[in-house]
Every structure is written in C-alpha cells, then in structure tokens.
Design a protein. Structure first.
Lengths: 323, 333
C-alpha cells in the first residue's frame, strides 16, 4: 500500500489566519446555540464546537475547483469553504438570502459556486456522490479533488464501504475525511465499533490512510495538503482520519445524559483546538481580544442580516423541484 | 444510421441504439452497472458497447447498488450524463436511499443551485418464473417521490425515443423496461426521434371504453381490445409512457369521449400507479363516467415461483377483457 507523507510547514501568518477562521466558526456556532435557545431558529441544529481545526485545516488545503460534501454538522465546513456568515445565518433563519434560499436549513447547506456540494442529513449519504464527482474529474482529466467529510458513526454504514471500495477500485481523486469525535450521536465508540483504529477500514480496501490529531490544525492542514496532492496526482484516494472531540451535545439542547461525568469539562480544558492554537501562537490577551471582537462583530452582523432577510412566500415551496 | 428504409429493431436493440447514439454524439454520456461490459448486461442490452466505447465509458461496477447509483449522481452533478443500470428493479430497493433522499432532493434542498441529469435504467417483470425477488414492478414507489421523473415505455420506438429524452433531461429519471418485451420487434423510424417526456400515446382509437395501460399490459390490453371489438365493444388504448410527469390531458380527454375507463398494469393493484390514474379520472371526468373505473393488476402477494401460480397472480389479456366488459355492464363470458 502506498504511503502518504505529510508535507511542509505552515507559516505563522497562515496560522494566524486559521486562528481567526476557527474563532469565527466558534463564535458563529455559539451564537447559533443562543438564538436557537431563544426560539428564533426553526428545526433542529447540530454544532461542531471543538471540531473547528478539522474544517479549517482541510478546507484551507483545498485548491480552486475542489469540491466538498458535508454532514449534518455542517456550519464549520460551510464557513471554512468560503460561504459568508450572512448567507449561512440567513439559511438557518429560513430566509431567501440564505445559501439554499430557505429550502435546505442547517443540515442542507449548499454553496455549489464555491464547491460545496451540500451538507447531508443522512449519515454517509454524501459519500457515493463524492466518488462520482471525483470520477467526473478523472474522466475529464481535470486536476480536481472531491472531499467527503463524515464522522466515525458513518464508517458503519454501507455507503461508506461501497464508496471506499469503488473509489479505490477506480483510483478516483477523492479524499475521505473521517472526523472521529468518538460519539455517534449518543453512542460511544465501544458500543458501535469493534475496532479502535479506523484506518483499518481503509486498509481493507487497499486505500492509503493518514491518522492525525484533529485538534492540531498544523497537523490537519499538512496532512490534508499531502492527501490532496496524492489524489490530484492520479495516485488514487486517501483516507484521512482526524481524531477530534465534540465539545458539546449531539444537537443543541442535548442534555448529554450519556456522557461520563466530568468528561466534557476535561476535554474542554485539554482538547480545545482554539486554545491549543492560541498557545502555540503565543497570542497576547490583546491580540486575542481583537480577533475575538472581529469574530463577534461578523457574527452579530450575520444575525442582523438574517433577521432583516426576506421570508419566502409559502408558494415558493413549489419551485426548484425540476430543472 | 443511414439509408431510407424503416429498420426493424427489437426493444432490446432500441435501448442499445439510444445509448450508443448518445454516446457517439456526446463524451459526457457514459454507462455503468453490474455485468454490463464483457457480458453485455444480464439482459444483453449493452452487448457490443464495450468494444465500441471502451471500459472508461462502459463501466462494470461491483455488486454495489448504493455506490453505483450514488456515483452516477455525483458525476451527473458535475455535468456528466451518466446512465446507471440497476440489473433488476427489485435492486432499486438497495439504492433507494440514494435515489429518494439524494438524487430526487439535491436540486430542491439547494434552492435550485444544481442539476442532476441522471438516468437510472432498470427492468423487471413476471412471466418466466424468477420468483419473488427478480420481477417486481415497483414504479409506483418512485412516482411517489417529488423530484424524480419516471418513464415506462412499452415499444421499441417509444423506448428508443424516450431513453434519448431521459439522457438529455436535466433531472433524475428512473427508466423502467420490461423483461418480457426485450424481444419485441417493430419497424422504427430511420432517424432516432426523441419523444417528449410527459406525452401519452394513444395506441388504438375507440368509442366505448378507454384502457390506460403500462408496460407489458399495453400489449395485453391491445389484444383484449381486439377481442372486445368482436363483441361489439370499441376500446381505446392509451399508454402514458411517462408516469411522472403524467399526461393527464390525454387520459381525461379519452375518458370524456368513451365515458368508461380501465387502468391496467402488472404491478400489484393495491396502491398501484393505476390508483392515481383512477383518482385523476374521477376528479376530472366524474360527470362523464358511466361506470366505476376498473383496475387490473397483480394480486396482493409476492410473485410465486411455480408457473401456474405466477400466471394466476399477474394479469393478462383475459383480466383486461373482463374489466372492459364489466364497464359496459356485461360479464365478459
């Protein structure tokens, strides 16, 4: 099996950009929780607080023309892929100005123009289409890569196995990014996974795998660059396993009765990717506060934008069904 | 194709011809499915295509319906026009998540940002004792899903023209073929003539009863119509060809003329496609109806293996004939 080695180092300037983006995602999601609890947001929501380094590290490694498929926990991926917070927030409010114009919601954020082929509310649902996008790139000889995000829970579903099998068989330019946050909704790894090392699942298909700390953005970014490079170079797909932590419930409002006492507190103290990067960059309080203020401002502005947005007319529901 | 004579094509050859012509014309069209390459498909539809188009565009897949349909979805969103073959429509159930939740809904969920120009070809049908898992007629499942188009042609001309239109439609199309029609031959137009999606075909004009039939039952209905003619009952036979979108106008106009209707398909009668057609007729032509709408379909059991039981379960000419005669107040004896 081919090995994929991590490449290069990341400049401090780039790390500072990553920091600002991760902080924006964090503040955005905290605001989403707040507005949901205030009863302003319809439906239900999943935030990815704690997983920001995965979203930013992978998306920042992408090149123009690369595409992603996301999951039900999609806000971070969508923002990291370049959609403006205003458009994401407007979608969460069900407004026409939203990225899916109010037809999708939190679990169906799409931004096709920016290469975001959509968040998927069916676990594993987006993986086969990622293989298909990659197949199209290969057949057209375009130097593009298709990336699927999914969680550890998805590695138990059939689409995961069928997709990895076919992707490796056909050597398509795809990267499968498994964000292993150790919980499939409320079910811990030991109740859903008979193996500890999920790269064994890629190995079963002969697919090269990388296994990195998803809370260290430098690691994530360098691995993603290498994985994308491998796929883009015609050497087939890569399985990129990121060990990460969901520092919150499965959905907003989840009482998390299933969590061992003290786990969340300990993880928040030891596994917060934003704290880790802040320490690495040795940011002063002043620098942090400035970045935080900017993030808050963008997020507040997105709420104002969304609230001032246009409600669809009821009969708009009948549009956009057929091309 | 050249020459001026009407070529004779079987239903199988007509499918192959539409696929091949589209692939000759357009590099974005390709086919994928189980055993479609060297073997030429379990029904022989794609025989010879590997030689002409090569393995990149005639792609054998693993036995892996979720991935094969889902991969076609992904390629379609990128602007290819894939035609995925699902060997038996019973196996659509394996790919149902991808068809129902993904292909049908991507455009809508994205607020119109993308298109899924995908064709899923499949086939089924009883009459050869395959048993319960290789011959179901599941078109009603997919007609029920907003975002899909559903086609079910019954003749070589129709299957060729409609498959072409399906390939070039910008929406996901589930394209049903019937197992027992593959050998059916007829003269087809020299040049492939695309048939618009959503247009029914009136196979036979009549005055007394309209039979709206799909798939194999079109042919059974035409035979039943000939039989009824001998008894002095004039029967019009309409094949919707496209089940979604449905050409309600042609059906309703016909029933307003004949004042009686029979719906006939091989699928199980209960909750079948015919139930919707009957609802459309009673709603739009209630005052024209002189008799209850009769329904012909399979009995409410899985398909049994033994030929005598299979024959008993699925409808044939006799059941259509009897239904016709009931609508004119005769017992059909």
């Amino acid at each position: 099996m081919a090995k994929v080695e991590k490449k290069g180092s990341v400049s401090e300037e780039l790390l500072r950009e990553f920091f600002r983006e991760m902080l924006l995602i964090r503040r955005f999601e905290e605001k989403v929780e707040e507005r949901f609890r205030a009863g302003e947001l319809p439906g239900f929501l999943h935030v990815a607080i704690g997983q920001e380094a995965c979203a930013v590290g992978v998306c920042r490694a992408l090149e123009e023309g690369d595409v992603i498929a996301s999951t039900h926990r999609a806000h971070g991926h969508t923002l990291a892929k370049g959609t403006h917070p205003n458009e994401v927030m407007a979608e969460l409010y069900g407004k026409l100005e939203g990225t899916s114009h109010g037809y999708g919601g939190s679990m169906h954020l799409y931004d096709v123009e920016r290469g975001n082929l959509g968040a998927n509310a069916v676990v594993g649902g987006g993986l086969p289409a990622t293989v298909g996008a990659a197949l199209a790139f290969k057949m057209r000889d375009e130097p593009r890569v298709a990336v699927a995000f999914f969680g550890d829970g998805a590695t138990n579903i059939g689409t995961f196995h069928e997709s990895l099998n076919l992707a490796q068989l056909w050597q398509v330019p795809a990267v499968f990014v498994c964000e292993n946050n150790h919980w499939a909704e409320s079910t811990p790894a030991k109740q859903q996974l008979p193996i500890e090392d999920l790269t064994e699942r890629a190995a079963a298909y002969g697919m090269p795998a990388m296994h990195v700390d998803g809370q260290e953005i430098e690691e994530v970014y360098a691995s993603a660059v290498a994985a994308l490079d491998h796929a883009r170079g015609g050497r087939g797909p890569v399985f990129l396993l990121l060990e990460t932590y969901r520092l919150t419930g499965h959905y907003v409002g989840d009482p998390q009765v299933y969590r061992p006492k003290g786990e969340l507190q300990e993880l928040r103290e030891t596994q917060d990717p934003i704290t880790k990067l802040r320490e690495k960059l040795e940011l002063s309080d002043e620098e942090f506060e400035q970045a935080d203020r900017e993030a808050h401002e963008l997020v507040e502005a997105s709420v104002e934008f969304a609230k001032a947005g246009t409600d669809p007319r009821p009969e708009d529901a009948l549009k956009n069904l057929y091309a | 194709m050249g020459g001026g004579d009407m070529p004779e094509l079987s239903y199988r050859e007509a499918v192959r011809d539409a696929l091949s012509q589209a692939m000759r014309r357009d590099g974005d069209v390709f086919i994928m499915g189980e055993d479609i390459a060297e073997m030429g498909g379990s029904m022989g539809v794609t025989q010879g295509m590997l030689d002409e188009f090569g393995p990149e565009r005639v792609r054998n897949t693993p036995i892996s319906e979720m991935a094969l349909v889902g991969t076609a979805i992904g390629a379609a969103i990128q602007g290819m026009r894939p035609v995925a073959e699902v060997m038996y429509e019973d196996f659509l159930t394996l790919a149902a998540e991808q068809i129902v939740n993904q292909a049908a809904k991507h455009r809508y969920m994205s607020g119109g940002q993308l298109k899924v120009p995908l064709t899923i070809r499949t086939q089924g049908g009883a009459g050869w004792s395959p048993g319960a898992q290789h011959a179901q007629q599941l078109e009603a499942w997919f007609v029920h899903i907003p975002g899909l188009k559903v086609l079910f042609p019954s003749t070589p001309t129709d299957v060729r023209g409609l498959l072409w239109s399906a390939i070039y439609d910008d929406n996901p199309v589930v394209f049903f073929e019937h197992r027992t029609l593959y050998g059916l031959k007829e003269d087809v137009p020299d040049e492939l003539e695309p048939i618009p999606i959503g247009k029914a075909r009136v196979h036979r004009d009549g005055e007394d009863v309209t039979v709206i039939a799909t798939g194999r039952l079109v042919h059974e209905s035409l035979a039943a119509a000939g039989q009824a003619e001998e008894d002095g009952v004039s029967v019009e036979v309409v094949d919707p060809r496209t089940l979604q979108p449905l050409d309600e106008e042609t059906i309703v106009d016909s029933v307003k003329k004949t004042n009686r209707a029979v719906v006939a398909h091989e699928a199980v009668t209960r909750m079948g496609f015919g139930a919707e057609v009957a609802a459309v007729i009673q709603h739009q032509a209630f005052d024209w109806l002189d008799a209850p709408v009769e329904r012909v379909g399979a009995k409410f059991v899985p398909l049994p293996f033994a030929p005598v039981m299979e024959e008993f379960v699925v409808p044939h000419q006799a059941e259509v004939y009897e239904a016709i005669m009931r609508t004119v107040g005769r017992n059909g004896d």
